[in-house]
Design a protein around this ligand. Structure first.
Ligand SMILES: [Zn+2]
Length: 264
């Protein structure tokens, strides 16, 4: 039997500021766990010794917001879509109703054809468009990260809905109640919309560099336990031990109602 490998591309939109990282989103990681559990070898590209780190967005009501590219080597598409569509459906069912999934954001490549997670053909043009959009997104952040904050006490850029356009500056810190941000909004339109209560959420993008699975105590990127699932009546959760904060965004609909903006 020929070797069966699943390759998943890592993507780092924040390369300039956080170079040499092998990033996967939490959804990609869950998918990897499911596939490993089924006995497949899953490689995250580039195939080097760099440890896998988790790119997460805290307080954002969107699931599979970022596209995932998977390549199958020696595995028929039907086998994977059977696993993936089933697991993804379960995942969606377990999620907060507010979360949505974009089925076009899980792209499976096999030999020369491209499919969505249901196994349906995915036009090459669409793939190109998604890759182009992703490149623009990355370039946009690159430009933003070159801009220096006008106030040294607020070094972290603030964006609107995680899009690469600076609308303010802040400093992030953690206290007993959790993560806090203090800063200033420089965009007049955004400021007005916050005052009118049309924008009131906050979301933070971070890179989890050290994690621990509550079940096996290993790094959450290495084991196959999935946060939110139960194992022998014990709930699994992923403890983030070390993290880098990438950016913070003002958002319309925060997933966590505790992430709210107070304008003074
Ligand atoms: Zn574990």
């Amino acid at each position: 039997m020929s070797k069966q490998i699943i390759e998943i591309e890592s993507f780092n939109p924040y390369e300039t500021r956080f170079p040499n990282r092998k990033l996967v989103t939490r959804e990609t990681l869950i998918l990897m766990k499911y596939l490993r559990e089924e006995g497949y070898e899953v490689k995250v590209l580039p195939d080097n010794d760099q440890p896998i780190e988790i790119l997460y967005k805290k307080g954002l009501a969107e699931f599979f917001a970022d596209p995932i590219f998977i390549a199958l080597i020696g595995i028929p598409i039907g086998v994977i879509t059977a696993i993936v569509s089933n697991k993804i459906q379960k995942l969606i069912d377990s999620l907060d109703k507010k979360e949505t999934i974009n089925p076009e954001h899980l792209i499976i490549q096999i030999d020369n054809s491209t499919h969505n997670y249901l196994g349906e053909n995915f036009p090459k043009e669409k793939t190109k468009r998604i890759k182009k959009k992703r490149k623009e997104f990355k370039d946009g952040f690159e430009r933003c990260f070159e801009i220096k904050s006008p106030k040294s006490k607020f070094p972290t850029p603030m964006f609107l809905e995680h899009k690469p356009k600076i609308i303010g500056w802040c400093s992030l810190y953690t206290d007993d109640d959790g993560l806090k941000a203090e800063g200033m909004i420089i965009d007049k339109v955004v400021k007005r919309r916050i005052k009118q209560n049309r924008l009131n959420g906050m979301s933070v993008t971070g890179i989890a560099t050290k994690t621990e699975c509550s079940i096996c105590k290993k790094s959450y990127t290495e084991c196959n336990h999935v946060a939110g699932n139960e194992y022998d009546n014990k709930g699994c959760y992923n403890s983030i031990i070390k993290t880098d904060y990438v950016e913070t965004s003002i958002v319309k609909e925060p997933i966590n109602s505790e992430c709210l903006v107070n304008l003074r």
